[in-house]
Write a protein that binds this ligand. Structure first.
Ligand SMILES: O=c1nc2n(C[C@H](O)[C@H](O)[C@H](O)CO)c3cc(O)ccc3cc-2c(=O)[nH]1
Length: 318
C-alpha cells in the first residue's frame, strides 16, 4: 500500500515510527516541513527533516525528540567563545556534520530534495523523505516585544522565546512562490491513503499545505485522508501548538483542529478517548471521527494509533 504522510517534527517522526511497525510492507513517502529551516553559522539547518531522518534512522536523542543521541557541544562552546551567536539554539557536534554536508551540497548546486536523499543514504529511514519544496520557505512569527511589533524567525519564537509571548501572525515567508519538490505531487496522486500525523497543524502541516498545489493535490487525491489530533484534552500533547493555533484563530481543541483542516481535505479524524465528546461535533462537520488512545508513549502505542488511522481510512473508503 502506498502511503503519503505530511510530517513536521517530533510528533510526526514518532508517529512514523509507529506507522512503519503497523505497516511494515507499506511504501511510505514523507512530505517534510521545511518552514522551520534556519540559517546559522553559514549553514542551513532543517530541523523537521532531520528529526524524521534521525528518528527513523536510529540517531535521535530520544528524550528530546530532536538532535542526535550521545551529543557533545564543543563546537557550540567554541563559537560562543568567539562571541558568535546565537547561543539559544543547541546545535551539537554530530549534528553540525549534517548541516555541513547539506550546505556543501546546496553550494554545489544540488536541490534540497537531492541533498535529503543523499543524507538518507546514510540513515536509511525506511521511508522516502521529500522536502515539501526545494525553494526557501521560512516561517516567521509576528510578536510584540518591548512594546514594538516585530517578526521573529519561528525558531527564535519557539526556542529562545519559548512561545512565551502571543503570536499575532504566523507567516510562511516564501510559500507563495515555492513549488512542490520533485516527486511530491506525484506521490500524492499515486497514494492509496494520505495521513496527517499529530504534527503542529499551523507551522508544520499548515506550512506544507501552504505550498501552492499541495493542498489541492491532497483534496483531489480521491483517496482517504485521515488525520490524528495533536491536541488532547484541549491542550497540545507536546510543544506549544496552542500559541500558534490562536494566531490563526483556531481554538486548541481536537474538534477545532479538524474543522480548521475542513471536510474538503479531511475524510477521517482520530481524537483521544478523553475527547470522545468531540466525535459528534467532528462528524457533524462531515468528517468521520473515532476516539482512540492518542498518547505516543512508546512505539507500540504509536503503532496502535497508526492501525486505527488505517482502519478509519478503510471505513471511509467504503
Ligand atoms: O527546544 C529546542 N528545540 C530545538 N530543536 C527543535 C526545533 O526547534 C524544532 O524545529 C521544533 O521542535 C519544532 O519541530 C532543534 C532541532 C534541530 O534539528 C537542531 C537543533 C535544535 C535545537 C533546539 C533547542 O535548542 N531547543
Amino acid at each position: 500500500m502506498r502511503m503519503v504522510v505530511l510530517a513536521g517534527g517530533i510528533g510526526g517522526a514518532r508517529f512514523l515510527r509507529g506507522l512503519k511497525r503497523a505497516a511494515p510492507d507499506a511504501d511510505i513517502t514523507v512530505i517534510g516541513n521545511t518552514g522551520d529551516d534556519i540559517h546559522l553559522f553559514g549553514l542551513k539547518v532543517c530541523p523537521d527533516l532531520d528529526t524524521v531522518m534521525y528518528t527513523l534512522g536510529g540517531g535521535i536523542d530520544e528524550a528530546q525528540g530532536w538532535g542526535r543521541a550521545d551529543e557533545t557541544f564543543q563546537v557550540k562552546a567554541e563559537l560562543a567563545a568567539y562571541g558568535v551567536g546565537p547561543e539559544w539554539f543547541g546545535l551539537g557536534d554530530r549534528d553540525f556534520a549534517t548541516h555541513i554536508v547539506r550546505t556543501q551540497m546546496l553550494g554545489a548546486g544540488y536541490p534540497l530534495s537531492a541533498v535529503t536523499e543523499a543524507l538518507c543514504d546514510r540513515w536509511r529511514p525506511g521511508v522516502r523523505l521529500l522536502p515539501m519544496s526545494d525553494d526557501r520557505v521560512e516561517t516567521h512569527v509576528a510578536v510584540e516585544l518591548d512594546g514594538e511589533r516585530r517578526a521573529v524567525h519561528f525558531q527564535e519564537y519557539w526556542v529562545r522565546l519559548r512561545a512565551s509571548v502571543d503570536a499575532h501572525a504566523v507567516v510562511p515567508v516564501g510559500a507563495e512562490q515555492a513549488k512542490p519538490a520533485p516527486g511530491v505531487l506525484e506521490a500524492i496522486a499515486e497514494a492509496d491513503v494520505v495521513l496527517f500525523p499529530p504534527s503542529n497543524p499551523v507551522v508544520s502541516i499548515g506550512t506544507i499545505l501552504a505550498v501552492p498545489g499541495i493542498r489541492e493535490a491532497v483534496a483531489e487525491a480521491g483517496v482517504p485522508v485521515v488525520g490524528l489530533s495533536p491536541i488532547v484534552g484541549n491542550a497540545p500533547v507536546r510543544g506549544m501548538a496552542d500559541k500558534v493555533l490562536a494566531a490563526v484563530g483556531v481554538e486548541a481543541t481536537a474538534s477545532a483542529v479538524a474543522r480548521h483542516y475542513g471536510s474538503g481535505l479531511l475524510d477521517g479524524w482520530l481524537v483521544d478517548t478523553v475527547d470522545a465528546d468531540a466525535v459528534a461535533e467532528v462528524e457533524a462537520a462531515g468528517i468521520r471521527c473515532r476516539a482512540v488512545p492518542l498518547m505516543m508513549t512508546d512505539v507500540e502505542a504509536a503503532a496502535a494509533m497508526a492501525r486505527e488511522a488505517l482502519a478509519l481510512a478503510e471505513e471511509v473508503r467504503g
